[in-house]
Design a binder for this molecule. Structure first.
Ligand SMILES: [Zn+2]
Length: 540
């Protein structure tokens, strides 16, 4: 009789013999010999052998025996043991996942199975829908977080990899996905052309644990050339959608006649979403008042520690103690300061129907205002200019880049005397005016949008003071205080000393605030030219 015992080709009898030895023989040595033989056959492509091994895996309790099939590394994709790592939802797979869940696996065995599983991903260059997702699931069950991350990350950088096969099984491991996003942020260049695909995968598969950091961590920190590439990618995609729609419309209109206007998106929704983070970013990067407070206090505490150290080394001094007491008092002052209330800002925001979510910092300072400094520097000045009490840059100022309101208290005190009003009343007026600038900039409309900082600064072509900005700020101030006799009286008095840009508001007091609000919203959206001339033309 001819023996077919070469290269894994065995007669049916011989295979049945091996099955019997492996599954039913109480002798461990015999079982080991059988599993070695069958593993060799399976690795050469024998389908029957791999099924017998799978049956063994289900019932074999001796770890030395059941680990055997994993000890021989696969050499080609013809290796039938590939069915072991396939996804358990594939009908024909012989997935070992259900078996692994039931087994007690030692670390040594884990290492062997991990290596075996990784080999199959390598053999198909991470591009086989039957192998890769299942293998990744097995890896995420067996290996530790670092190893899983490094392995996934390595394949995401390769050209052949099917990104979806690698990432989809990791959906239940948000910490790995988060690490991948941060790696993209830190070294986008390493992913080369795969970058966009990976980025797109995260947008198409939004998970509660990754959506935020995709927007806030990755998108906002991305070098601009990557942002441009992402934008281009989605512009192209929306182009494809239009092409498809065009085809469909042609088809339908032939059947159902003309189809009238359908609302079409002009921007890909993903881009819209990403740009939302940019609008948010304008303000979220600003530190809150409490954070500033904490920072200052920490700095002072550090100074105290340093003085203490120095005195320990060089001996105690009276100056040292005095300095320490002074610093300690400053810290107490910072913390005991009354919780600042944002009443004025809040009131201004409510008046014009915008929401203020972001912290605007407001400080009162005794430093000379920019106009005072200029006046001191240039003694020669036109007398009438010296008479003016401009609200901005003299009594107060709004700094859009820092979202900061400054009140120049020395000038407020002096001017209050000149106007014969109380310091507090004048301070309140200035506070309202500067808050109005801040709200026009940062107040959010019903869609959560605020004025782009660059565009805010370019109103009226960027001239300073801008008649439109000052008209809006004065009008808003007027509406906030018109029912408070003391304040409106002070406001009228102050008005007489204002440069012309600050006096136009009087022509618009009859216009409902709702109308002003709508115009402001349209200016922010770029639908109305951001100039006083246009504002005037619309309303008068
Ligand atoms: Zn102003």
């Amino acid at each position: 009789m001819l023996s077919l015992r070469n290269e894994g080709v065995l007669s049916m009898n011989e295979i049945n013999d091996l099955r019997d030895k492996l599954l039913n023989n109480p002798d461990k040595g015999e079982r080991l010999k059988a599993v070695e033989e069958l593993t060799k056959m399976a690795s050469k492509g024998n389908k029957e052998a791999v099924k017998i091994i799978y049956e063994m895996l289900k019932k074999e309790e001796d770890p030395e025996v059941w680990i055997k099939p994993f000890e021989v590394p696969p050499e080609s994709e013809n290796d039938e043991r590939k069915h072991f790592v396939e996804d358990e939802s594939n009908f024909y797979s012989l997935s070992i996942m259900p078996i692994l869940r039931k087994k007690n696996i030692s670390n040594v065995q884990k290492t062997i199975i991990i290596k075996f599983t990784k080999s199959f991903i390598e053999l198909c260059k991470a591009d086989d829908w039957e192998i890769v997702p299942g293998a990744m699931t097995i890896l995420s069950y067996l290996t530790d977080e670092d190893d899983l991350f490094n392995f996934a990350d390595m394949w995401l950088k390769k050209e052949t990899t099917n990104i979806n096969y690698i990432l989809s099984p990791l959906k239940y491991h948000p910490q790995i996905l988060q690490r991948i996003i941060l790696a993209l942020r830190n070294n986008p260049d390493e992913y080369k052309l795969r970058f966009i695909e990976i980025f797109d995968w995260f947008l198409r598969n939004p998970l509660p644990d990754t959506a935020e950091i995709i927007g806030k961590e990755l998108w906002l920190n991305l070098p601009s050339r990557y942002k441009e590439a992402v934008r281009l990618y989605y512009y192209e995609k929306i182009g494809n959608i239009y092409e498809h729609l065009f085809y469909e419309l042609k088809h339908y209109s032939r059947e159902f006649g003309e189809i009238s206007a359908i609302p079409l998106p002009t921007k890909h929704p993903y881009l819209e979403w990403l740009e939302g983070f940019e609008r948010e970013a304008v303000t979220s990067s600003i530190v809150s008042y409490n954070e500033i407070k904490e920072k200052v206090a920490l700095k002072l505490a550090k100074e105290i520690r340093e003085i203490k150290k120095r005195m320990e080394k060089e001996g105690e001094t009276i100056e040292g103690y005095q300095k320490m007491t002074e610093l300690a008092r400053k810290i107490t002052e910072i913390y005991e300061e009354k919780e600042r209330n944002y009443e004025t800002l809040q009131m201004t925001a409510e008046k014009i129907g915008l929401h203020l979510k972001d912290a605007v910092i407001q400080i009162e300072t005794d430093e000379p205002s920019p106009i005072t400094r200029r006046r001191l520097e240039r003694e020669l000045q036109r007398e009438e200019d010296r008479e003016l009490i401009p609200i901005d840059k003299y009594l107060g100022e709004y700094f859009p880049d820092d979202q900061l309101v400054k009140l120049y208290m020395t000038e407020i005190r002096n001017s209050a005397k000149r106007l014969n009003v109380s310091v507090e009343t004048l301070r309140r007026i200035v506070e309202f005016h500067e808050s109005a600038h801040a709200i026009i900039h940062l107040g959010r409309d019903a869609e959560g949008k605020n004025f782009n900082t660059g565009a805010f600064k370019m109103v009226d072509g960027g001239i300073d003071p801008s008649p439109l900005h000052e008209t809006l700020a004065q009008l808003l101030t007027y509406h906030c205080i018109k029912d408070i006799p003391e304040l409106i009286e002070c406001f009228e008095k102050l008005n007489k000393f204002q440069p012309s840009a600050y006096r136009n508001w009087k022509n618009f007091t009859h216009v409902p605030l709702e109308r002003i609000r709508n115009i402001l919203i349209e200016i922010r959206q770029g639908r109305i030219e951001a100039s006083f001339d246009m504002f005037e033309r619309i309303l008068i």
